[in-house]
Ligand binder design. Structure first.
Ligand SMILES: NC(=O)c1ccc[n+]([C@@H]2O[C@H](COP(=O)([O-])OP(=O)(O)OC[C@H]3O[C@@H](n4cnc5c(N)ncnc54)[C@H](OP(=O)(O)O)[C@@H]3O)[C@@H](O)[C@H]2O)c1
Length: 272
């Protein structure tokens, strides 16, 4: 059985609906094994960033060990200027050891001031467009925690993908998911399990009660994958065992029905 793939909006890339967020992967010694296992099990989408310490470096190491890149990489930069973002693309290419990068995102554009900075003449978007013209990157994306910025990004037509938060804990982006789908903008879901703080509380409670509660990491992943509009969910993973568990869920899940979704949301609201 293979992981199901979905189209990443107007990029037309076919990405596995289960991706991997590599923000924290390099922080443990098993990180390299985790990435190899994810790729061996068929995950074909990895998210990273210039600012995630050693993450691009670790991915580059894995690419070299495998003799080339046969998956999609989305990386991102906090640079807000044209020259800065071009410089960051060059740095990413060098560290990853690749000729071009599938998706380059503007990282965490979460205030209107940051939005104006990246969009203005001489701003970071211009730098990424130059990099795209030079054939160094294929597509341009943006990540944000601001509903206002996300809406502007979806509507302005400049971005092929948006990275937004969505989970049973956080549904404020619900409407934007529909809007992005309508505009053919690829949707990458960050923090699909609600973030590391929440998942560790859930795991502690599961251990303490000695039994499965219904709001498990598996259920949270199912909750996000049950939205057909999203292209890819990128749970943050450090250990190989988590990759196995998440792949198992993605291979075997049945989409949640409305009452199961509501149950998840209610439990999530009670928990935090
Ligand atoms: N653009 C942005 O501004 C931004 C911001 C935040 C995140 N992101 C992206 O989104 C990705 C995911 O975000 P996140 O890591 O903050 O949140 P998350 O994916 O919701 O949660 C990560 C947590 O889930 C745990 N986990 C994963 N699979 C599990 C499983 N099968 N069973 C139990 N626990 C499991 C991880 O465990 P361990 O503790 O064992 O590792 C980690 O603690 C990041 O890697 C990054 O790529 C982007």
């Amino acid at each position: 059985m293979e992981l199901k793939k979905r189209r990443l909006g107007r990029t037309n890339l076919m990405v596995t609906e289960l991706g991997l967020g590599a923000m924290d992967t390099p922080t443990v010694k098993e990180g390299e094994e985790t990435l190899h296992l994810a790729l061996d099990l068929g995950i074909n989408f990895i998210d990273t960033a210039r600012e995630y310490q050693d993450s691009e470096y670790l991915i580059g190491k894995v690419i070299r060990a495998r003799g080339g890149k046969d998956f999609h990489i989305a990386t991102k930069t906090f640079s807000r200027t044209r020259d800065g973002s071009q410089h960051e693309v060059d740095r990413s290419l060098g560290i990853l050891g690749v000729d071009r990068i599938d998706i380059y995102q503007l990282h965490d554009v979460s205030s209107l001031q940051a939005w104006e900075e990246v969009m203005q003449e001489g701003g970071a978007l211009e730098g990424l467009k130059i990099a795209r013209e030079r054939g160094l990157i294929d597509y341009i994306g943006i990540s944000s925690h601001s509903l206002d910025v996300l809406e502007r990004a979806i509507l302005c037509g400049e971005f092929d993908t948006v990275m937004l938060e969505y989970s049973a804990f956080f549904r404020d982006t619900d409407r934007l998911i529909g809007l992005a789908k309508e505009r053919n903008v690829g949707i990458i879901v960050m923090r699909p399990l609600g973030g590391s703080g929440r998942t560790s509380v859930i795991r502690t409670r599961m251990k303490a009660s000695g039994q499965e509660t219904s709001l498990t990491p598996a259920m949270l992943l199912r909750y996000v994958l049950s939205r057909p509009e999203i292209s890819v969910a990128i749970p943050g993973v450090r250990y190989p065992s988590r990759v196995r568990e998440n792949v198992q869920v993605a291979l075997s899940y049945r989409p949640l029905n409305e009452s199961e979704k509501m149950e998840c949301e209610e439990e999530a609201a009670l928990l935090f």
